[in-house]
Design a protein around this ligand. Structure first.
Ligand code: SF4
Length: 306
């Protein structure tokens, strides 16, 4: 029995999770048409979702605060949102919980991942430390991956999420997108399962899942297709924070609307010295890392961990 404030939030959200489940088990088209929330169509982000259940007061609980800010942002047109991720490496303990949550949420096979947590040793004996820098697609405003493939296969959504067209981004186009990404954030689904060589594939790895407004299953449908993080767009459209953010036990992951100057994500960027990896390329990544007071008090270059 969950009894803390976040538990109340999670219970309040079960209706929407049920909504998602209803869709991924096959009732999607009907549900989308009835609710008009737009979860199920590629134009979802342009629609205004229905009002979400109220959140409890939970002073100091950043997850509840960020969830509330997602609700506020969703009430506005997609083009006026600016989804942004802020990562605090000082709080990351390298547990990989976010990676596991991401893989489970987005049904990724044993080869490739939407997320990784690179680790670097800094300093010299006896003053050494480990720094972890969780990494995923940074939803570039000018994505090199999109420039590497024919127009339309990769699109920048109004809310800033970079969307892959799974029906086209295959074979050589998938390889080109992966090669063009300076963050190594794209992998090509090779169709393998964790349980290859065993009597059967498990339900968790062959289930239908939601991405980019469609219903997908690994195997023939996605083998050879380029895949990457999309800030859990399907969760956002259902009023949920990205899976990595809700799972981070160190409290290192933050998410919100940078168009809202008072959102936690905006304030973290404003109040801390931050870096954006490969900012020098001019591609305007939407993931910030807090750099203040990292171990050794040094300025980190991207090459420290990536
Ligand atoms: Fe494309 Fe890589 Fe930028 Fe993501 S991080 S938008 S995959 S170039």
């Amino acid at each position: 029995m969950i009894s803390n404030p976040l538990g109340k939030v999670l219970r309040a959200r079960q209706g929407r999770r049920g909504f998602l489940r209803a869709w991924v088990t096959g009732a999607g088209a009907a549900v989308g048409a009835v609710t008009g929330r737009g979860l199920l169509t590629s134009t979802a982000s342009a629609q205004t979702p229905a009002a979400n259940p109220p959140l409890p007061d939970a002073p100091g609980n950043t997850l509840v605060r960020m969830q509330r800010e997602v609700d506020t942002a969703l009430a506005r047109p997609a083009a006026s949102r600016r989804w942004t991720m802020v990562i605090d490496p000082r709080k990351c303990i390298g547990c990989q919980a976010c990676v596991i949550a991401c893989r489970a949420e987005n049904v990724v096979g044993p080869v490739g991942s939407y997320r990784r947590v690179p680790q670097a040793e800094v300093g010299a004996y006896p003053s050494m430390a480990n720094v972890f820098m969780p990494a995923n697609c940074v939803q570039c405003d000018d994505p090199p991956c999109a420039r590497a493939v024919p127009a339309g296969m990769i699109q920048k959504r109004p809310d800033g999420i970079v969307q892959f067209d799974y029906t086209q981004l295959k074979g050589p186009h998938a390889a080109a997108a992966a090669a063009a990404c300076p963050y190594r954030a794209v992998h090509v689904d090779d169709g393998r399962y964790f349980t290859d060589g065993t009597p059967r594939h498990e339900a968790y790895e062959s289930r239908t899942f939601a991405e980019y407004g469609g219903a997908w299953r690994r195997g023939q449908q996605l083998t050879g297709v380029a895949r990457k993080c999309h800030f859990c767009a399907h969760r956002l459209e259902a009023g949920e924070l990205p899976a990595c953010v809700t799972t981070c036990i160190g409290g290192a992951m933050f998410f919100g609307d940078a168009a809202d100057a008072n959102s936690l994500a905006s304030l973290l960027v404003k109040d801390n010295r931050t870096i954006r990896i490969h900012e020098e390329l001019g591609i305007q990544p939407r993931v910030y890392y807090i750099e203040d007071k990292l171990p050794q008090g040094r300025h980190y270059s991207c090459a420290t961990c990536h």
